[in-house]
Design a binder for this molecule. Structure first.
Ligand SMILES: Nc1ncnc2c1ncn2[C@@H]1O[C@H](COP(=O)(O)OP(=O)(O)OP(=O)(O)O)[C@@H](O)[C@H]1O
Ligand SMILES: [Mg+2]
Length: 235
């Protein structure tokens, strides 16, 4: 599989705390990669570093052959890097319709307004149609995540970063969300998802990495991950 994104020797510090201790990882193009780890293992730090929200003290981030380590977040976003943050990524005070309109009317790298059609989101998540006039903050947890994922359906995201999408959701809802996410991974779109629990995420991923206290502790595919001894609760 060709590689879309790689990080090399990535070290990230928050003051005296080093959250990533020189991480080397490769993310294949057009595939879903799952990054599994416990609380505090550095998963959000890695996603935020890929999104340009956190600047590493050492190491590089390469995307489609280009060193983007020093690119600011807004430049990455315009070039197609989309982060759906943990329990976030929506405008709680806006209606569902307004959220979708904002997602659909982003600007591209030339600053031109584009898109505008919210239909793809309603087709993927029909329940949102009945909620269009509601404030996003009044949606259920699952509906809020559907709205958050809609951003990726309505924008030409090339690198999609999803932080704990299934947190607190019923397996059926998480399953539907990951079904939509898996469909998003196509030749020119790469998906990296972070989870703590391995269920639905693992089901949809082609590559699995685990992080533990800022270091990579497993690399493989879901079958290898499942057959690894004593893995399930020791990531
Ligand atoms: N802004 C920050 N300032 C100081 N320390 C931070 C900051 N963000 C994260 N950390 C620390 O960095 C380490 C990794 O945190 P990170 O949020 O990346 O982990 P995580 O795997 O996403 O876990 P969780 O989502 O459960 O918080 C932790 O020790 C955390 O306390
Ligand atoms: Mg996190």
């Amino acid at each position: 599989m060709p590689i879309a994104v790689s990080v090399n020797g990535l070290r990230v510090r928050y003051g005296p705390i080093e959250a990533l201790h020189g991480v080397d990882l490769e993310f294949p193009a057009g595939a879903v990669t799952a990054l599994i780890g416990r609380n505090g293992s550095g998963r959000t730090t890695l996603l935020n570093t890929l999104a340009g929200l956190v600047r590493p003290v050492a190491g590089t981030v390469t995307w489609l052959g280009e060193d983007i380590t020093t690119w600011p977040a807004d430049k990455r976003a315009r070039a197609g890097v989309t982060l759906i943050p943990e329990r976030g990524g929506i405008f709680p005070g806006l209606s569902v319709a307004d959220n979708l309109t904002v997602f659909a009317n982003g600007t591209d790298t030339t600053g031109r307004t584009q898109g505008g059609d919210i239909e793809p989101a309603l087709a993927a998540f029909p329940v949102l149609e009945a909620r269009l006039a509601q404030k996003a903050r009044t949606l259920s947890g699952g509906e809020q995540q559907m709205l958050a994922v809609s951003r990726a359906l309505l924008r030409p995201a090339k690198l999609l970063l999803l932080d704990e999408l299934s947190q607190g959701l019923a397996p059926r809802i998480a399953g539907r969300l990951y079904e939509v996410v898996a469909d998003l991974a196509t030749a020119d779109r790469t998906v990296i998802l972070v989870e703590q629990h391995t269920g639905e995420a693992l089901h949809r991923a082609e590559v699995v990495y685990t992080l533990s206290r800022g270091s990579v502790t497993f690399r493989g595919d879901p079958t290898e991950f499942r057959s690894r001894p004593q893995t399930t609760h020791r990531t």
